[in-house]
Design a protein around this ligand. Structure first.
Ligand code: BDP
Length: 328
């Protein structure tokens, strides 16, 4: 009897040791994603997770938490920096307060178009941004597309900056966007993405700005019936890994993770193009009035003081701006 019990206890202990050993090896990664299921970034990030789990033979098992359930973007950036989260897809807009160099990308009308943004981010200048992010604990492995952002609101089409006068416009968390809206004569309201729908509906804000896929997938188009194409911001996004989690990987696993991120960006960019067209169609069919702003220059010219103040405060980044502008 005593022997039997001893054997059972020993067997149980053996199992526990084996389990503890296994969990010490496998890294269960938690990933933050603000977008809903089916969104290009979500599909691409889920492919990344699957790829990593398969190719590391389960040494790294990432799970993506969609819909921003793990918190707002500014909070998630902090949590990834300190290793509480392991990976994420971040827009580089709210990255500015943490990694000042990335503010360059939040200067309105910086890029001539999405193609130029890709060229910049996939080349030497993109590397400068990832180096700056790595210093703040974020390993950026690949860049996702986020199209270009335009204004939408509940009141009227916007044709000239004067149409924005007095409008309460939600912006992402970055002081540069507050300056941008100030220069256009509106009232900027920084707010978490998840609060925008309700705030539009209840009139807390009059408008916001985003690309077609986000305008559509967030359902903002149900309440804001005017979308005016200004294309004022083209901001790339990253697949970012917490440096703390990255540093624990073997060089071989780092390579697997890097390649999976690059492959997921290839997929994301393809899906992005398709979704942009589909989202535009969907919002127009639902009755949203889309107008092309005829004189974008009028908006662009208003940004001169934003650039001047930025360069004055960040003289070392002026060369980054010129390097981007001369990329073609
Ligand atoms: C979307 C970005 C997302 C931002 C959101 C926003 O993909 O990361 O959180 O805009 O406006 O386009 O907050």
């Amino acid at each position: 009897m005593r022997l039997e019990k001893l054997l059972r206890v020993t067997a149980l202990a053996g199992t526990l040791v084996a389990l503890a050993g296994a969990s010490a090896i496998a890294a269960d990664w938690r990933g933050w994603n603000i977008h809903p299921e089916g969104y290009p970034n979500t599909v691409a990030l889920e492919q990344f997770a699957k790829d990593v789990a398969e190719k590391t033979d389960g040494r790294v098992t990432p799970t993506v938490y969609n819909g921003g359930v793990l918190g707002s973007q500014p909070d998630a950036i902090e949590q990834t920096r300190n290793g509480a989260l392991d990976f994420a897809n971040f827009n580089l807009g709210p990255m500015g307060p943490i990694v000042p160099a990335t503010n360059v990308l939040s200067l309105p009308f910086l890029f001539t178009g999405v193609d130029q943004m890709h060229k910049v981010m996939d080349g030497e200048i993109g590397q400068r941004f990832s180096d700056a992010m790595a210093e703040q604990g974020l390993v950026a492995l690949a860049w996702y597309d986020s199209g270009s952002r335009s204004f939408y609101n509940t009141r009227q089409p916007i044709q000239t900056p004067a149409d924005l006068a007095g409008m309460k416009v939600r912006v992402m968390n970055n002081d540069l966007y507050v300056q941008m809206i100030d220069q256009l004569g509106g009232n900027a309201t920084p707010m978490a993405y998840g609060e925008v729908y309700q705030s539009l509906k209840t009139g807390v804000i009059d408008g916001a700005e985003n690309n077609y896929p986000s305008f559509e997938s967030s359902n903002h188009y149900e309440v804001a019936k005017f979308y005016s194409i200004t294309d004022h911001l083209i901001i790339p996004e990253c697949v970012c890994i917490a440096k703390a989690s990255w540093d624990k990987l073997s060089p071989e696993d780092q390579e697997i993770v890097r390649q999976a991120a690059i492959d997921s960006a290839t997929l994301q960019r393809k899906l992005w193009e398709e979704r942009s067209v589909a989202s535009r169609q969907k919002v127009e069919e639902s009755g949203v009035k889309v107008n092309e702003v005829q004189d974008k220059k009028a908006f662009q010219e208003k940004m001169a003081p934003v650039y001047a103040a930025f360069i004055k405060a960040n003289p070392d980044l002026e060369e980054w701006i010129t390097a981007i502008q001369s990329t073609n």
